[in-house]
Design a binder for this molecule. Structure first.
Ligand SMILES: O=C1O[C@H](COP(=O)(O)O)[C@@H](O)[C@H](O)[C@H]1O
Length: 469
């Protein structure tokens, strides 16, 4: 493998310390990316020593634990293996205005081997940095890695895509969605396409509804600068939860080659739309002061850095239709909230009732369900059997299995794809635009005030929408 240089633009930020560097540390510790040089770049007046300390800290046990725990995984002891320490010891800080072509040219002069440029920047700055890069010769094979949110709507995503296509070929653009690096999310593929049991009943004939829920008991956690501009819809649904929907609904690719896998995901997202009017198919709400796990949380509007007038939602829910032969008529509820008391992170496929239960079998009307947990990672099947006691009295049972954990935390998995030039787990240009297209009627209705901003006390379960029948 040739030497590579990872340049992080916006390297002094929270994303770099909290997720990116721990993921990188895990990857290096697992023996990937030999010969890596790491360069941090931002306008901050840091030096190599300060950056190296940041890298060491994030590679160390604390950062590693945070990354692993947020992935619902058991934290490994440490990521400061010699290979990771060595990269941290040699890391360089290059003070850079990422919107200035001269600065970027100087920065790229430091590249050893091929370059990976990670934009750990807000969307507007990312676009400016890409424009500045148009005036710079990029080393052959340069990969560009972009974080969510990718644009702020389908038009700005299309503009950014057009800009990126002038810099490098699409296969060298990696739009990161770290949920695609979660082992439990990727397990959906094995569950669906490597078994005979489930796939034949995953369709509109057998499935009543599908829920994809990511309710967290985390609140704002000091991220107002980013979150207050994004909100729950863009932060979680437009990005991560639509990727999960694509994995649950896509047709089987012939091979796992990036092009085929991404084609199948794109097919199904193109067929996805809001179920009905945003007034009935979307919900937005914001937490007010409350108690959560013994912590007193302030009203979201009083959190430091929040602009209450912006009306940002901390809980969003939408109901979608997937207009394919397989799924037409099945409602998909996508929901995510912050500061929710009952932390629930799962996809639940609820099956229709059996066409007829024989007279004389009685006592239980629980529908069959397949539940895929995203933290902790597990799989459960709820169904009815005769059970103990009266042999004609039905009882609900649950078969459960814990998914084995992946070797790497989600950011490590995604970065592995970037460094090995494999875009399978990255979001393709057309898909990024489709994901905005799907939520745009909701955004417009929310902006026009057609859907009121509801409230829920922090620590409560928050409001929900009735599912269409
Ligand atoms: O990208 C994000 O994801 C996290 C949830 O993912 P996890 O891997 O940390 O469980 C979410 O808390 C955050 O708001 C969002 O930006």
């Amino acid at each position: 493998m040739t030497d590579q240089t990872l340049i992080i633009l916006g390297a002094s930020g929270d994303l770099t310390a909290r997720l990116l560097l721990p993921g990188l540390g895990a990857l290096l510790t697992a023996g990937h990316v030999p010969g890596l040089t790491l360069i941090g770049a931002a306008t901050d007046d840091w030096d190599d020593a300060r950056w190296r300390q940041r890298v060491h800290d994030s590679f160390g046990a604390h950062g590693a634990s945070a990354a692993a725990e947020s992935a619902g995984q058991r934290p490994p002891a440490t990521y400061t293996a010699p290979a990771a320490s060595d990269v941290a010891d040699r890391a360089r800080w290059v003070r850079t205005d990422v919107t200035d072509p001269d600065d970027l040219r100087r920065l790229l002069g430091e590249v050893h081997g091929s370059a990976v440029i990670f934009f750990a920047l807000p969307p507007a700055v990312t676009a400016k940095a890409c424009e500045a890069l148009l005036g710079v010769d990029l080393p052959a094979g340069t990969r560009l890695v972009l974080e969510k949110p990718f644009g702020t709507g389908s038009a700005s995503a299309a503009e950014l895509n057009a800009l990126l296509s002038r810099l490098v070929p699409e296969e060298q653009v990696h739009r990161v969605d770290h949920f695609l690096g979660k082992s439990t999310v990727l397990n959906i593929l094995g569950l669906r396409f490597a078994n005979r049991i489930f796939e034949p009943v995953l369709d509109a004939m057998h499935v009543e509804s599908v829920e994809i829920v990511f309710d967290e008991n985390l609140a704002l956690e000091g991220r107002a600068g980013y979150y207050d501009k994004a909100g729950a819809l863009a932060d979680m649904i437009q990005s991560h939860l639509l990727q999960i929907l694509a994995l649950i609904t896509m047709e089987a690719p012939f091979t796992m080659a990036a092009a085929e896998f991404r084609d199948r995901k794109a097919d199904v997202l193109r067929a996805t739309r809001l179920w009905d009017d945003p007034a009935t198919s979307s919900l937005r709400a914001r937490y007010t002061a409350g108690d959560l796990d013994g912590r007193k949380l302030p009203d979201y509007a009083d959190e430091p850095g929040v602009d209450a007038a912006r009306g940002t939602e901390t809980l969003a829910e939408i109901v979608l239709a997937v207009d394919t032969w397989r799924w037409a008529g099945v409602p998909f509820r996508l929901r995510s909230g912050k500061a929710v008391g009952d932390s629930r992170k799962e996809a639940v496929i609820t099956f229709k009732r059996p066409p007829r239960v024989p007279d004389g079998l009685h006592g239980c009307d629980q529908p069959d369900r397949l539940r895929i947990g995203f933290g902790p990672d597990h799989l459960a099947i709820d169904f009815n059997i005769n059970g103990p006691g009266d042999p004609f009295e039905l009882d609900p049972v649950t078969l459960e299995a814990d998914f084995g954990q992946g070797d790497l935390p989600p950011y490590g998995e995604v970065l592995r794809g970037v460094f090995s030039d494999d875009p399978t787990l990255s979001v393709r240009a057309d898909t990024a635009e489709q994901c905005w297209r799907i939520v745009e009627p909701v955004i417009e209705a929310w902006h026009s005030g057609a859907v009121p901003l509801r409230e829920y006390p922090a620590g409560s379960s928050g409001p929900t929408l009735p599912l269409p029948r």
